[in-house]
Design a protein around this ligand. Structure first.
Ligand code: LMR
Length: 394
C-alpha cells in the first residue's frame, strides 16, 4: 500500500533549517526557525528549568500515566499565568497537549466536531502550519487582510472590514501577541475594535498564544487574550511553553476553552479529554511538570521571570540596533518598523529574489517571505545583516 503515497509538500521553515545545516560556509547566519538563541548562538536550558529538573529527578517516584487532560496543577498554573484572574477558573475547560502545535491541532478537531461547516478566518499571512493543519483537518479557511506591505504594520482597516464578514458558527484565529510571521501587532485600541466586531458577529475567537513574555512582557502580552476571553461568550486559547520556558522538545502546550456559561464547561472538558484519547491518549508530562514547579515556587518563578526578561530585552536591543544601522546605511526610515515590531519575528517586506540573494551571496538564511528571527542575531551580526540588506535591497 505504501506505493500509493505521494511526496508531501515541504514545510518551508523546516526545509530552511535543513538547507542551513548543509551550508558549509563558516560565516552563515541562521534567521530561520523560531527558536530563541543567546548572543553565543546557543538555545539555553533556562536556569529555573535546570533547577526544577534536578529537583524532579530527586523527588519523582513514578512515571505512571497522569490523566487524559494532563496534571490538573499544570492547567491551574498556566491559566493563572495567562488570565491572572480575569476569567473565573470554573469557566475554563483545559487539557495539556504536545506543545502549542498540539493545542492548535486539538482546537481544530474540537471546532470540527462542534461545527463541521465552520469557516476559520486566518490572518494573511499566518504561521504556515496553521494553514497546513486546517487543510489536513479539512476545515474551510477564509483569509483576512492583516499586513500592510507598505508600512510593514497591521492593515487595521482591512482587517476589521474582513472580520465583519464572519458570522456565528465561524472561528476567527488571532495571534495573542508577537504575530508570526510578521511581528506587527494590533495596539490596544485595535484590540477593542476587534472585540466589538466579535461581539457583533458572534464568531468564536481562537487565540494562538505562543510567545507570552517575548513582546512587551508577560502581562502586556496576555492583555488581548484577557480582554477577548472576558468579553465574548466563548473562546479558545492554544498556549505554548516552548519559547517562554525554552522547553521546545519537551512539547508543553495547553488548550483552553472559555465559556461564559459555566454549565457548558463539563461537556467541553470531557470532549477535549476524549479528543486527546483519540489522538495520542495521555499528553507528555515532563515539560508540563517543570513549568508547574517553576510557576508554583516563588524562587524558581522569580528566576525564570528574570531570565525571560533578559531574553526579551536582548531581542528589543537587537531590533533597535538593526533599525538604527539600516537608517544609517540607507539614509531612510524605511526599516524603522523593525523597532516597532514585537516578538521573535519581523517580516521585512522584501521580495523572494532578494531573500534568495541574501542566502546565496551572504549566507543569511531567512524564510522566503522575508521573515527573520531577531534572536538569531547578535551585536556583531546585526551590522553584517544590515550591510547585506542595504547592498541587496537598498
Ligand atoms: C516557527 O514559526 O519558526 C516556529 O513556530 C517553529 C515551527 O514549528 O515552525
Amino acid at each position: 500500500m505504501f506505493e500509493t503515497l505521494k511526496p508531501q509538500p515541504a514545510d518551508k521553515i523546516l526545509s530552511l533549517m535543513a538547507a542551513y545545516r548543509e551550508d558549509p560556509r563558516a560565516d552563515k547566519i541562521d534567521l530561520g526557525v523560531g527558536v530563541y538563541k543567546n548572543p553565543e548562538g546557543v538555545t539555553p536550558v533556562m536556569r529555573a528549568v535546570k533547577a526544577a529538573e534536578q529537583q524532579l529527578w530527586q523527588e519523582q517516584t513514578t512515571k505512571a500515566y497522569t490523566g487524559l487532560a494532563g496534571d490538573p496543577a499544570y492547567a491551574d498554573a498556566l491559566i493563572s499565568l495567562i488570565f491572572a484572574g480575569s476569567v473565573e477558573r470554573d469557566h475554563i475547560a483545559a487539557v495539556a497537549t504536545p506543545g502549542g502545535t498540539g493545542a492548535v491541532r486539538q482546537a481544530f478537531e474540537l471546532i470540527k466536531l462542534a461545527n463541521p461547516s465552520v469557516r476559520v478566518f486566518v490572518s494573511d499571512p499566518t504561521w504556515p502550519n496553521h494553514i497546513s493543519m486546517l487543510k489536513h483537518v479539512g476545515l474551510e479557511m477564509v483569509p483576512y487582510r492583516y499586513f500592510d506591505e507598505e508600512t510593514c504594520g497591521v492593515d487595521v482597516e482591512g482587517m476589521l472590514a474582513d472580520l465583519k464578514g464572519a458570522r456565528k458558527g465561524d472561528v476567527v484565529l488571532l495571534h495573542g501577541c508577537c504575530h508570526n510571521p510578521t511581528g506587527a501587532n494590533p495596539n490596544s485600541a485595535d484590540w477593542k475594535a476587534i472585540v466589538a466586531i466579535l461581539q457583533e458577529t458572534g464568531a468564536t475567537p481562537m487565540i494562538d498564544l505562543a510567545y507570552q513574555g517575548f513582546g512587551d512582557g508577560l502581562e502586556d502580552d496576555a492583555a488581548a487574550t484577557r480582554l477577548i476571553a472576558s468579553s465574548v461568550p466563548e473562546c479558545l486559547i492554544a498556549a505554548s511553553c516552548s519559547k517562554n520556558f525554552g522547553v521546545y522538545r519537551e512539547r508543553a502546550g495547553l488548550l483552553m476553552a472559555v465559556s461564559q456559561e459555566a454549565g457548558q464547561v463539563a461537556v467541553t472538558q470531557g470532549t477535549l479529554a476524549h479528543l486527546n484519547r483519540q489522538n495520542f491518549s495521555f499528553p507528555p508530562d515532563h515539560g508540563a511538570r517543570l513549568v508547574t514547579m517553576i510557576l508554583t515556587d516563588d524562587a524558581l518563578r522569580a528566576d525564570w521571570k528574570a531570565e525571560l526578561e533578559e531574553m526579551r530585552s536582548g531581542m528589543l536591543k537587537l531590533r533597535e540596533q538593526l533599525a538604527t544601522e539600516l537608517r544609517r546605511l540607507t539614509g531612510s526610515d524605511r526599516y524603522a518598523f523593525i523597532a516597532q515590531h514585537r516578538g521573535m519575528f519581523s517580516r521585512l517586506g522584501l521580495p523572494p529574489e532578494i531573500v534568495e540573494r541574501l542566502r546565496a551571496d551572504h549566507a543569511i538564511y531567512m524564510v522566503g517571505d522575508s521573515r527573520l528571527n531577531i534572536a538569531g542575531l547578535n551585536a556583531n551580526t546585526v551590522p553584517i545583516l544590515a550591510n547585506a540588506i542595504a547592498e541587496t535591497a537598498g
